[in-house]
Design a binder for this molecule. Structure first.
Ligand SMILES: [Zn+2]
Length: 430
C-alpha cells in the first residue's frame, strides 16, 4: 500500500488529524441535533451550517429553492410546503494554490423526518444523548452525523496546513426526505464537480437505489346513518379496498421472478407503505371521506410516468371490481417524491478510489449495498452527469424511535472522506 499522498502526507497523519477532532465533532453533532430541522423548519440548523462553513474560511452561498425554475425539470417532485425563507447553504472552496486534482461535491441533507409518538422515545428526540459510544436523537444518524463527518474531514486537512488542490463544494440541502428539491436546486444553480459523495447513514458503498413515489388517494364513500351502515359504503373501507389492490402490486414486484437483478438477494426490496390515513367524522356516521398517503418503491430503470400508469391501472381495476362502484369516487394526488431509481457503476475511478480509501482506513473490502430507499445521489448522476454514491456512518432506528449513530463510525467515515479528498483533489500546502 502506498501510504503517501501527492503532498507527501501519510494516510496515518490524516487519520490522526481527524481523530484529534473527535470531541468537537460530537459536540457539534449534538448542537445540530438540538435544532429541530423538520420539514419547513430547517433555518436554525442551516444557520449552524453557515457558521461552520464560514469558520473553515469557505465562501458561503445561500439560496432558496426557486420553484418556477425547477418545475419543468425531470427530477422535480411536487412540493409540500412553500420555499420562502428555506435555504440551501453551500460552502465553496477554490484552491489558493495550483489546481492539481479533481473537483468534488460533498452533499448532505439538513432535514429530518417526523419524530413520531414522542412518548415512545427514551429521551426527547431533539435533546441529544451521548451514551456508550453513540449519539441518540432525531437526525443524529440521518444525516447530521454525515454533515459533521464532511466538515471534520475538511477541517482535519486544514489543521495539517493543507488545502484541497481542486474545488470542493460542501452542500447542506433541505428536503431530501420528501422531494429532493433542495439537491435539485443546487444542480440547477450550476454547481458541478467530477464526483459527488453523500455520507447518508449507509455503512457501505451504495451500488443502487430504489425509485420512490408518494401517491395520495382522496376517497369518497356513500354516507348514511351508522344504524343502516350496510346500505352505504364507508370511505375508510373503500380506501382499504384500494390499498389492498396496491399491496397486490407490491407482492408481484417482490416476486423473485420480477426482481431487478441488483435486488435479487434482498428479502423484501419493494415496500408500499401506507404512511398516513385521515378519514371519517365520528362513530355514528358512515365516513364520507378518507385520505390515504402511500409511499411506493420501484426498481431502477422505470420512469415515474410508467409507475404512475401501473398504479392508476391497478386502482382502476379495484374500483371496477367494487359492487357499489357507481356511487363511489376517488382521486389521485401526486405530491412529494417522484424519484426514479439509479445504478452505480462500480468500475469508475471515484468508486475504485473510495474502495481503496475505505481499505486503507478501516481495513478489508468495503461492503456494498443496494439501497431500498432513495437518496439525493440521483440528481448528480441522472441529471448532472456527475458520478455519485453514498457512503456513511453506522446508524440505527433512522425514521424510527431512539435514532442513533456510532461515534467511532462517524470518525472512521470522516477519515475515509479526508483521505478521499487528499487523493481525489490532491493537496496544496497553505
Ligand atoms: Zn437521509
Amino acid at each position: 500500500m502506498d501510504m503517501s499522498t501527492e503532498a507527501g502526507i501519510a494516510a496515518d497523519a490524516i487519520g490522526n488529524a481527524v481523530q484529534a477532532l473527535r470531541e468537537p465533532a460530537v459536540e457539534r453533532l449534538c448542537a445540530l441535533v438540538r435544532e429541530p430541522s423538520l420539514l419547513g423548519a430547517e433555518a436554525s440548523a442551516q444557520a449552524l451550517m453557515r457558521e461552520h462553513f464560514a469558520r473553515l474560511g469557505l465562501r458561503v452561498d445561500e439560496f432558496e429553492v426557486d420553484e418556477a425554475r425547477l418545475r419543468d425539470h425531470p427530477g422535480w417532485s411536487p412540493s409540500l410546503v412553500p420555499y420562502a425563507g428555506r435555504r440551501n447553504v453551500v460552502g465553496v472552496h477554490h484552491p489558493k494554490g495550483p489546481v492539481q486534482g479533481r473537483s468534488l461535491i460533498l452533499n448532505g441533507h439538513i432535514d429530518v423526518v417526523p419524530v413520531g409518538a414522542e412518548r415512545l422515545w427514551q429521551a426527547p428526540p431533539f435533546a441529544p444523548v451521548v451514551q456508550a459510544g453513540r449519539v441518540y436523537g432525531r437526525g443524529a444518524g440521518d444525516m447530521k452525523a454525515g454533515l459533521i463527518a464532511m466538515l471534520t474531514a475538511f477541517e482535519a486537512l486544514q489543521r495539517l496546513g493543507l488545502e484541497p488542490a481542486a474545488s470542493v463544494y460542501l452542500q447542506s440541502v433541505i428536503e431530501e426526505e420528501c422531494t429532493g428539491n433542495g439537491a435539485l436546486a443546487c444542480l440547477v444553480e450550476g454547481y458541478r464537480a467530477e464526483a459527488a459523495l453523500i455520507p447518508e447513514p449507509i455503512p457501505a458503498i451504495m451500488t443502487a437505489q430504489m425509485g420512490v413515489m408518494w401517491i395520495g388517494l382522496e376517497v369518497w364513500g356513500v354516507p348514511v346513518h351508522a344504524a343502516v351502515a350496510q346500505t352505504g359504503v364507508a370511505a375508510i373501507e373503500f380506501a382499504q379496498h384500494l390499498c389492498a389492490k396496491l399491496k397486490e402490486l407490491e407482492t408481484q414486484w417482490n416476486d423473485p421472478a420480477h426482481r431487478h437483478p441488483h435486488f435479487a438477494q434482498h428479502d423484501h426490496p419493494i415496500n408500499f407503505n401506507v404512511g398516513r390515513i385521515d378519514g371519517g367524522e365520528w362513530p355514528s356516521s358512515v365516513p364520507t371521506h378518507c385520505r390515504v398517503d402511500v409511499r411506493v418503491g420501484f426498481y431502477p430503470g422505470l420512469k415515474p410516468a410508467q409507475v404512475r400508469a401501473l398504479l392508476e391501472a391497478a386502482l382502476r381495476a379495484a374500483y371496477e371490481a367494487h359492487p357499489k362502484k357507481d356511487s363511489l369516487r376517488y382521486e389521485i394526488v401526486y405530491r412529494g417524491f417522484q424519484a426514479e431509481g439509479m445504478l452505480v457503476d462500480l468500475n469508475q475511478p471515484m468508486i475504485r478510489l473510495l474502495k481503496q480509501c475505505h481499505h486503507d482506513v478501516a481495513g478489508g473490502q468495503a461492503p456494498l449495498l443496494a439501497s431500498t430507499a432513495t437518496t439525493d445521489a440521483r440528481f448528480f448522476q441522472l441529471y448532472g452527469g456527475i458520478p455519485a454514491t453514498c457512503y456513511g456512518p453506522q446508524a440505527g432506528n433512522t425514521h424510527g424511535i431512539d435514532e442513533w449513530v456510532s461515534i467511532d463510525s462517524l470518525i472512521e467515515v470522516a477519515q475515509v472522506y479526508a483521505l478521499f479528498i487528499a487523493r481525489w483533489c490532491r493537496l496544496n500546502p497553505v
